[in-house]
Design a binder for this molecule. Structure first.
Ligand code: HEC
Ligand code: HEC
Length: 253
């Protein structure tokens, strides 16, 4: 299969007359300078939403109507990693990811139709403001292999070497730079996202993050994810506006 495909490509290249190649005008790259590039739509919407003050109550109503069925009323998502935990995420990050998903730049066919229900940048700001007020659940999915202790210890070293300068030592991210909160996120989701970012499947990723992720093989990403999911950061150590839930409680009391 692979061989025939390669052969096909080689043959069709050989068939293109050289003068065509020589005279072809320099093609403009399909990049951010193109008018309808999805990233431009996302950027414009994100910029507008970030300027607006989110209304937490309006955001709660929208969240309950369009988001809670998957992400749960607590924001906790699914510990199996299929649905991310959102509670306490920086509103800036939520706005960025929503705008990217709505424009198609971050491919998320499951959520896309629901993300499109938000009417305008104000609705994005509202729902993001609400999500940020939810406390970060403590019962996120963890790595449960027999070598968990080893993996977590190895992952800590790697995380502190190349990740914590952006995501911060306690996984709280940086709001105004769109670095997501990772504390309280599910292990399997973290591993999938890092793999997707590394392999170019999450097209909206920060270029520097992609560069860093390329240095790691599967076992190393697994170890880092195991460590990140083990972060159980005291609220006093988080620099976010969010907080960890009190032990035993899922929601802000
Ligand atoms: C049908 C299920 C579903 C619904 C409804 C849904 N989402 Fe999602 N959402 C997902 C899935 C699945 C992902 C992760 C996709 C992936 O793996 O990249 C996701 C990812 C996200 C992310 C990115 C999280 C991160 O850490 O990067 C945000 C933010 C988000 N959703 C917010 C919302 C909001 C706000 C709503 C309501 C307007 C909503 N979602 C409705 C399924 C859903
Ligand atoms: C230059 C800053 C930077 C560095 C270094 C960095 N990241 Fe990120 N990371 C980001 C940004 C920004 C995002 C959000 C993706 C985007 O651009 O939309 C992100 C997203 C992620 C996500 C997805 C989170 C989510 O909620 O969907 C994970 C997981 C992650 N990073 C882990 C790591 C790990 C592990 C390392 C180290 C190997 C690392 N990052 C290094 C900036 C960085």
């Amino acid at each position: 299969m692979m061989k025939t495909m390669q052969l096909g490509v080689a043959v069709s290249i050989a068939l293109i007359p050289t003068f065509v190649v020589a005279q072809a005008p320099a093609e403009r790259k399909a990049g951010i300078e193109v008018r309808d590039y999805p990233g431009n739509t996302a950027l414009a919407e994100r910029g507008e939403a970030l300027k607006l003050k989110g209304n937490v109550r309006a955001g709660q109503a929208a969240y309950e109507e369009y988001c809670a069925a998957c992400h749960l009323p607590t924001g906790g998502g699914n510990p199996d990693g299929s649905i991310p935990q959102l509670a306490g995420q920086h509103s800036s990050v939520v706005i960025k990811q929503l705008a990217d998903i709505r424009s198609g730049q971050r491919y998320n066919p499951t959520m896309y139709p629901f993300a499109r229900k938000l009417a305008n940048p104000q609705a994005l700001a509202d729902v993001a403001a609400y999500v940020q007020t939810l406390c970060i659940p403590r019962d996120s999915g963890k790595y449960a292999g027999p070598d968990a202790a080893e993996m977590v210890a190895g992952g800590k070293l790697l995380y502190e070497k190349e990740c914590s300068q952006c995501h911060q030592p306690n996984g709280e991210g940086v709001a105004d730079r769109f670095y997501p909160v990772l504390a309280g996120q599910h292990y399997a989701y973290l591993l999938r996202q890092m793999t997707d970012i590394r392999d170019g499947k999450r097209a909206n990723s920060h270029a520097d993050m992609v560069k860093v992720a390329r240095n790691y093989n599967h076992d190393q990403l697994l170890a880092i994810a195991a460590y990140m999911a083990s972060l159980n950061t005291p609220t006093s150590m988080l620099m976010t506006k969010g907080s960890m839930c009190k032990a035993g409680g899922a929601r802000k009391g």
